[in-house]
Design a protein around this ligand. Structure first.
Ligand code: S3P
Length: 729
C-alpha cells in the first residue's frame, strides 16, 4: 500500500502498528521520528526490527514518506503538527492514533488554520498493560475496533486508504463524528481509567496498604488493570477531553451517593435491583462484544443424510418486533415469552431502549417491557440504527412520524439499499415530515409533528410492513386511517393491537384505525417462527428417511403459504395439536420424506410464503419436473435480490434455474439434483440457510460463505440443524 511509512512516536501503539504493517506487507520501509531523549527506545525499536531507521530530524524522517502516522500522546500533537508543517506534502497521507479526537482536530486547526484534507484522524481501541516499544505486539489491533473521525473536508481517497490500511491490519472499522467519538470514549474508557486510578490511590494511601494489597485477589486485579497504564498519557487524555469527563465524574459521584444512601437506609431491595440492573447491562455489553468480535463464518455442509427428531425453532420474528413496539406503548408491564433473541428483533428492542423504555431481558426468551404509554416515548439522543431489519425500519417510520420529537433511522448496507418510498409516500400524504435519501433509501429523517391526518390508502403492493407502518401512524392521526391490501398479508399487527385492547376494525381486505384508543399491557407468548421452521419442512421433505416434528409453530393462515405450496408439491406435512395461544393459531408440524413434484405456484400464495421462497427454490430443484414462480417481484427487494442470488447459486450447484423478472423457472431432478460447490450468502440470512439445506440432496460438499448473518433471524440454526441430522460445520 505504501512505500515508506514514518511513525512519529514508536511506543506500544506506534510499534504495534509498525509490526502489523510489516507482517501484512503493507509497506517497504518503516522509519521513526523521535526525540533525542528517547534514543534508548528508538534503538530498541530498531534492534527488534520494528523499524528500519530512526531520525531526530523530522525533515529526514518524513522525506519521501507516503504515509505518516502520529502515535504520540495527544498533548504533544500540536507541537508535532508545527514540526511537520514546513514539510507537509499533498501526496502523503497523514493519520494519527490519538485517544481523543476533538483536541487533535483543534490542534490541526490551530497550526494549519483548517484541517488539511490529507490528514485523517483515527483511533485504534486497543491497549495493553505495559507501554513502550518492547510491549508492542503484531496482533494488538486484530479484531479490535478502529474509529476514524473524518471531517467535512477530508479527502475521500485518503480516508479510504486509511480505512483499507486498518482493515488489512485486522481491525473492525467504525466511522464517527469527532464529538460523538469523544463522548463515547469518555464514558467507556476515560471515566473507567479515572476511577481505577482513584481507587488504587485510595487504597494505596492507607497505612495498612501492605495488608490491603496482600489480601486483594482477582477482582481487584481485574478492576485495576488499567491503572497500570502510562500516567503521562492519561494526564494528556484527561486534559484533552475534560469537557466530556467532568460531567461523567459528577454522575458517578451521584451513583455512589445513591448506593451509600441505600446502604445507610437498609434498602436492600433497591440495592439488589441496582446490582441486578448493572449485571444485566454488562451481559448486554458482553453479548454485543461477542457479536462484534465474531469472525466471518463459513458453513460447510457434507452431502446427504436425513433429518429425524423433534425440535422447537426460535420465536417468530414479526411477532417479536411487534411485542416490543406495542409493549412499549402500553400502559403497564408486558411480559413476553418465546421472544426471538436474534439481531433483527434486538434492533427493535434497542431502539425502544434508546427512546427511554425500560426493557429487561431477553433471558431464556423472556422479556419484560415497562410500557410508557402511547405518548411516553422520549427523543432518541442518536440515530436509531436498525441493522439489517426492514421490519424495524418500516414499522418505526410510521410510529415515529406521529411523535412530537425528531428522529433518524439508519441501517446496515443491505437495509440502506432497500426501498423506503413505499412507506414515506403514504406517510407524506398523512402530513408526516419524513425524508429519504435522493434514491428513496435510508437514512430516514423524521421531524416530529402532532398534526398527522388519517388517509384512505390502497397499497400498490401486498406488504405487511407498509400496512403495519400506516396503522401505527394511524394511532396518532386525526380522523380514521384505512389501509386496503391487494392480497392478504400477515396480520400480526392487527391481532396484537386488539390483544393490547386497541381497536382495529377489519373488513375484508381493509383495516381501519384511529387515535381514540390506548394500549393496555398484556402477556404475550410468541410461537415458533414458521419462516425458520420452513428450512426443516423442506429439508425433511427432500431428504430420504426423514421424520421430524417441529413443536409450537405459529400457523396463522397469513403465514402458512409454505405448507400449502409444499403440499401441492406432494409433501407429507401433518398439522397436529392445533390450538390458539394469545390470539394466534399454533400447532406442531410433522413432516416425513416424500418425492416432490414441480408445480406452477399459485400467485395468491406468494404473499403468504414471501420469506420462504429461497428454501422453496431448493425444494423445486429436488422435485420431479418444472416449478414456475410468477408474481413475486417483491423478492428482488428483500435483504438481497433473492431471485437473482438464488438463481446464481443454484446454477453454481448445477441446477437449471432461470431467473425471470418476477419469479423463477426451475427444472427439478430426482437423481443427482444438486452438485457441490461454493456459494455466497449475499448478506442474507435466508440465503445462507437455504443453501445449507440443499446439502441434504447434494452429491458433494457445499460451502456457503459469510454466514454470520444467520444471527439475524435464527442464531440456533446450526445447532438445531445438526441435531436433526444435517452434516453442517
Ligand atoms: C414482515 C413482512 C414481510 C416479510 C418480512 C417481515 C413483517 O415484508 O418479508 O420478513 O413482519 O411485517 P413485506 O411487508 O415487505 O412483504
Amino acid at each position: 500500500m505504501f512505500n515508506k511509512i514514518c511513525i512519529i512516536g514508536v511506543g506500544l501503539i506506534g510499534g504495534s502498528i509498525a509490526r502489523a504493517a510489516r507482517e501484512q506487507g503493507l509497506c517497504h520501509h518503516i522509519v521513526a521520528f523521535g526525540r533525542k531523549k528517547g534514543i534508548e527506545n528508538l534503538r530498541t525499536a530498531k534492534r527488534l526490527g520494528v523499524i528500519d531507521e530512526y531520525y531526530f530530524d523530522i525533515e529526514r524522517a518524513v522525506k519521501n514518506a507516503d504515509c505518516v502516522i502520529v502515535c504520540t500522546p495527544v498533548g504533544v500533537i500540536e507541537q508535532i503538527f508545527r514540526q511537520l508543517k514546513p514539510f507537509w506534502n499533498k501526496q502523503t497521507i497523514y493519520t494519527d492514533a490519538g485517544s481523543t479526537k476533538g483536541s487533535v482536530i483543534e490542534a490541526a486547526r490551530t497550526v494549519f488554520s483548517k484541517v488539511p484534507n490529507n490528514f485523517i484522524p483515527a483511533h485504534p481501541i486497543a491497549g495493553a498493560e505495559n507501554s513502550g516499544v518492547e510491549a508492542s505486539q503484531v496482533d494488538l489491533f486484530k479484531n479490535k475496533r478502529l474509529i476514524v473521525t473524518p471531517v467535512n473536508s477530508s479527502c475521500p481517497q485518503a480516508l479510504s486508504k486509511v480505512v483499507e490500511f486498518w482493515k488489512k491490519i485486522g481491525s473492525n472499522i467504525s466511522v464517527m463524528d469527532v464529538d460523538h467519538h469523544d463522548a463515547v470514549l469518555a464514558a467507556t474508557s476515560h471515566l473507567p481509567h479515572v476511577i481505577a486510578f482513584a481507587l488504587v490511590n485510595l487504597l494505596g494511601k492507607k497505612d495498612q496498604q501492605g495488608d490491603v494489597f496482600k489480601y486483594a485477589a482477582g477482582g481487584f486485579k481485574d478492576f485495576t488493570r488499567i491503572a497500570s497504564s502510562d500516567p503521562t498519557m492519561w494526564l494528556d487524555i484527561c486534559n484533552a477531553n475534560r469537557k466530556e469527563i467532568i460531567p461523567l465524574i459528577q454522575q458517578m459521584q451521584l451513583e455512589l451517593k445513591n448506593i451509600e444512601q441505600m446502604l445507610d437506609n437498609n434498602e436492600n431491595q433497591q440495592l439488589l435491583e441496582t446490582f441486578t440492573h448493572a449485571k444485566k447491562a454488562r451481559q448486554r455489553f458482553l453479548n454485543q462484544f461477542d457479536n462484534h468480535m465474531s469472525q466471518s463464518i463459513t458453513f460447510n455442509v457434507q452431502p446427504g443424510g436425513s433429518l429425524r427428531g423433534e425440535i422447537r425453532v426460535p420465536g417468530d420474528k414479526s411477532m417479536s418486533h411487534r411485542s416490543i413496539m406495542l409493549g412499549s406503548l402500553a400502559e403497564g408491564t408486558t411480559h413476553v415469552t418465546g421472544f426471538l433473541n436474534a439481531e433483527d428483533a434486538l434492533a427493535t428492542l434497542q431502539a425502544f431502549r434508546a427512546m427511554g423504555v425500560e426493557i429487561e431481558g431477553p433471558e431464556n426468551g423472556k422479556v419484560t417491557i415497562h410500557g410508557v404509554g402511547k405518548h411516553g416515548l422520549k427523543e432518541p439522543k442518536e440515530p436509531l440504527n436498525l441493522g439489517n431489519s426492514g421490519t424495524s425500519m418500516r414499522l418505526l417510520s410510521g410510529l415515529l412520524a406521529g411523535q412530537t420529537f425528531n428522529s433518524v433511522l439508519t441501517g446496515d448496507k443491505s437495509l440502506s439499499s432497500r426501498p423506503m418510498k413505499r412507506v414515506t409516500e403514504p406517510l407524506l400524504k398523512m402530513g408526516a415530515n419524513i425524508e429519504t435519501q435522493a434514491d428513496g433509501t435510508a437514512p430516514l429523517k423524521i421531524t416530529g409533528t402532532s398534526s398527522l391526518k388519517g388517509i384512505d390508502y390502497e397499497m400498490p403492493m401486498a406488504s405487511a410492513q407498509v400496512k403495519s407502518c400506516l396503522l401505527l401512524a394511524g394511532m396518532y392521526a386525526n380522523g380514521e386511517t384505512t389501509v386496503k391490501e391487494p392480497a392478504p398479508t400477515r396480520d400480526h399487527t392487527e391481532r396484537m393491537l386488539n390483544g393490547f385492547s386497541y381497536p382495529v376494525i377489519r373488513e375484508g381486505n381493509k383495516a381501519r384505525i384511529n387515535s381514540e384508543g390506548k394500549l393496555l399491557a398484556v402477556d404475550i407468548d410468541v410461537p415458533s417462527d414458521i419462516s425458520s421452521a420452513a428450512f426443516f419442512l423442506v429439508g425433511a421433505s427432500i431428504a430420504p428417511d426423514s421424520d421430524i416434528t417441529l413443536k409450537h409453530v405459529g400457523v396463522n393462515p397469513t403465514r402458512t403459504g409454505i405448507i400449502e405450496i409444499l403440499r401441492l408439491m406432494g409433501a407429507k406435512i401433518e398439522v397436529l395439536n392445533e390450538r390458539t395461544v394469545g390470539g394466534e393459531p399454533v400447532a406442531d408440524l410433522r413432516v416425513v420424506s416424500s418425492q416432490l413434484k414441480g408445480i406452477e405456484i399459485p400467485e395468491e400464495l406468494v404473499p403468504l410464503a414471501i420469506d420462504e421462497f429461497p428454501v422453496l427454490f431448493v425444494a423445486a430443484a429436488c422435485a420431479e419436473g418444472e416449478t414456475k414462480l410468477t408474481g413475486a417481484k417483491e423478492l428482488r427487494v428483500k435483504e438481497c435480490d433473492r431471485i437473482q442470488v438464488m438463481a446464481d447459486g443454484l446454477k453454481i450447484l448445477g441446477v437449471d434455474a432461470q431467473a425471470t423478472e418476477d419469479g423463477m423457472i426451475i427444472q427439478g431432478k430426482v437423481v443427482d439434483s444438486i452438485s457441490g460447490g461454493e456459494v455466497e450468502s449475499h448478506d442474507d440470512h435466508r440465503i445462507a440457510m437455504s443453501f445449507s439445506i440443499a446439502g441434504l440432496k447434494a452429491t458433494a460438499p457445499i460451502t456457503i460463505n459469510d454466514c454470520e448473518n444467520v444471527n439475524t433471524s435464527f442464531p440456533e440454526f446450526r445447532e438445531l440443524a445438526m441435531k436433526l441430522g444435517l452434516k453442517l460445520k
